[in-house]
Design a protein around this ligand. Structure first.
Ligand code: AHM
Length: 337
């Protein structure tokens, strides 16, 4: 197979992008390369999940009280391992771990970034062969360089993110990441084992016709959310068709589709779980950063997701995210209560 040299690989693209920044030291590009490497390893295991005994529950319950799947553990160890052995990360926090992890060695203490990740989001879907993903975000440390990183580094609001991204293990495997310079998507080319730039400069359409929400919880949502969902069901879009409801139950897949095609994704609070299910640090902030950098919006129904000051590594928040015009319309229902 002849490789198309006009298509940049993830490493080539990242190095080119960051070379243009006068203050760039190359640490961020190294970090993104490390994340790409871990993603490729996880991809191999996800692809053979049906074949080997890695499929299924690990038999323990994670800090969120949810069943932990074997692949969750594998993915967690891969991302943590690659970041620990790299030269650009001072520590991590993960949805799978109770506490953050400090890479307390000479090289890591000099690193200016910390990384937060959900190693395998949507893992309830592994057993049924539905797309799952990894979500990550990168923050510049606020603690003193040269010393071990601290909890304050991990409790920064989303608006302090330097970069965020996700990997979707689907019909093809893609890595999408955002910096303040834009959002770009890379598809894994299995023939050369490289992520190659396939979706340059992703822009979230201002509107769409897809709304994504768990309808099963409808009667537990607040009035404004119910009214908005009802309005979605009655909509006629500009091209004459009704809105479409699409909810995979795998946030990476749902938000990825809406990011590319336009749409809104909602995980509202319910009467029994007022803060919903999704985690601010591992799911909501990274996606809020990516979608905002692509021109969309993300809120908890009251305020911008990225302005929330986290107080706990594992706090949850209601989440509304997507195309700008659809988010603006949602606000009119939520503000009317
Ligand atoms: P997980 O961390 O257990 O994988 O759960 C997160 C997932 C999201 O990807 C998805 O949007 C949501 O849970 C679906 O939840 P529900 O089944 O309650 O609608």
């Amino acid at each position: 197979m002849i490789t198309n040299r006009n298509i940049l690989t993830l490493d080539e693209f990242t190095i080119q992008q960051l070379r243009g920044l006068p203050a760039a030291t190359g640490e961020l590009s190294t970090l993104l390369r490390d994340i790409g490497l871990a993603a490729k390893r996880v991809n191999v295991e996800v692809n053979k999940a049906g074949l080997v005994d890695i499929l299924g529950d690990y038999g323990s319950v994670n800090v969120q009280g949810e069943d932990v799947k074997k692949l969750d553990i594998f993915a967690n160890n891969q991302f943590m391992g690659v970041l620990k052995h790299g030269i650009s990360c001072a520590g991590i926090s993960s949805e799978e771990l109770d506490e953050f992890v400090v890479f307390d060695d000479e090289v890591s203490n000099q690193s200016k970034y910390v990384v937060q990740f959900d190693p395998l989001d949507g893992s309830g879907n592994i057993d049924v062969n539905i797309s799952i993903g990894t979500i990550f975000s990168v923050y510049r440390r606020v603690s003193t360089l040269g010393k071990p990183c601290t909890k304050e580094d991990f409790l920064q609001p989303g608006n302090a993110q330097v970069a965020a991204g996700y990997v979707i293990y689907g019909s093809s495997t893609m890595l999408v990441y955002a910096t303040r310079r834009g959002v770009n998507g890379f598809t894994l080319d299995p023939s050369i084992g490289e992520f190659s730039l396939s979706h340059p400069n992703i822009q979230c359409p201002a509107s769409g016709k897809t709304y994504s929400v768990n309808h099963g919880h409808f009667f537990r949502y607040e009035k404004g959310v119910q009214q908005y969902i009802n309005a979605c069901q009655k909509k006629d879009t500009t091209d004459g068709g009704p809105y479409t409801q699409r909810y995979i139950g795998s946030m990476v897949a749902d938000v990825h589709r809406n990011l590319l095609k336009g749409g809104i994704f909602m995980y509202p609070g319910t009467t029994d779980k007022p803060n919903g299910k999704l985690r601010l640090l591992y799911e909501c902030n990274p996606f809020a950063f990516i979608v905002e950098m692509a021109g969309g919006r993300a809120t908890n129904g009251k305020q911008r997701i990225m302005d929330i000051q986290p107080t706990d590594l594992h706090q949850r928040t209601p989440m509304f995210i997507g195309s700008k015009d659809m988010m603006d319309e949602l606000d009119t229902y939520l503000n009317n209560q």
